[in-house]
Design a protein. Sequence first.
Length: 437
Amino acid sequence: MRVLKFGGTSVGTAQRMKEVADLITDGQRKVVVLSAMSGTTNSLVEIANYLYKKNHDGANEVINQLEIKYKQEIKDLYKTEDFKLKGLELVKSHFEFIKSFTIDMFTVFEEKAILAQGELLSTAMFHYYLEENGYDSVLLPALDYMRIDKNNEPDSNYIKEKLNEILSENSEKNVFITQGYICRNAFGEIDNLQRGGSDYSASLIGAAANADEIQIWTDIDGMHNNDPRYVENTKSISDLSYDEAAELAYFGAKILHPTSVLPAKLANIPVRLLNTMEPKASGTIISSKQNKERMAAVAAKDGITAIKIKSGRMLLAYGFLRKVFEIFESYKTPIDMITTSEVGVSVTIDDDRHLSEIVDDLKKYGTVDVDVDKVIVCVVGDLIAENKGYASTIFDALKGIPIRMISYGGSNYNLSLLINADDKKEALNLLSNKLFN
Ligand code: ASP
Ligand code: MG
């Protein structure tokens, strides 16, 4: 059994959906996870925002535009009058549901129900398409088996039990179509796995069903060894370890959602990144195999804020870091990078919504400096301490670039540097030339 996930662009038009159908109708048993058609979830968020503000006209305008788009896709997707009609009925019922919220009270529960409509639509449309073309498939409602607990973490035992129950009830079937992103929460309400969460769904499903492989289909040929927007001649990486992939996914390699590596890693199921535009290309395979003595990739993350706290009280004291971390925790702000000296600590954050409160609180413990608009550049590869020389190669490449923070040894796979945004492009190119060319 395999799990194949197709993102919003891969199912973004009727034509693209037909191409996906060609990729999955090879007779092998599989679960096909679909995102909403591209742009849909953004529109649903916009609708919800209008409804929160009780601006029903604003909401209706976006709803109507979206409905027109879907009606057109339905006409393009099906050949027979019968299925065009079924498709239009489907679209109508989902949009009536969305419109039903333009009269009532609007809270986060209604918002989540609205956000779920994109995946419900794309999967039902796709299921009809397969049916019209004579392929047998089962529509597997994610709301029946995908669940998060009170801490918003996936309820793995429940997912495993429910999913396998449904799969074994349909043991004679081969193709299961299901929604990415959506789930129920601990109270049974409709919820979701956060934006971009369809990759996470695929990984959780793969782990629960003990799949042979999880495939993430996008429109790029796997993860690249550098950012193609800033560096020429980047190459797709043939294989990565789970740990390397997790580091890269966090650092802007938008192709894979960072959370989705863990379930696959825990279940030791390989994840393959494939390209719908070039289905024969081998893409990137992510598994437990760690390539020795290899620098796999360079990546960067923008919009980083660095905060330095200096204090004589830190000298030879314990408990200082805890106090500092508690402040970030109280504002639910994750820390990314951290470096310390005997009299100070520097941390970086990418979520600066509570920056001023955090800085205010930190002033209780020391002098605080803030640097905004920084970039973390990271080198991912086999950076275990025994591999001598990589750090000096990296620093040699960057000898002309001012470096604000360095983090090495946090894992065996990452060396991170904090630099100015203006130096990012040059740094990525210098590293690329030194490490890969
Ligand atoms: N449709 C959802 C989003 O746009 C989930 C996903 O595509 O992964 O965030
Ligand atoms: Mg995505």
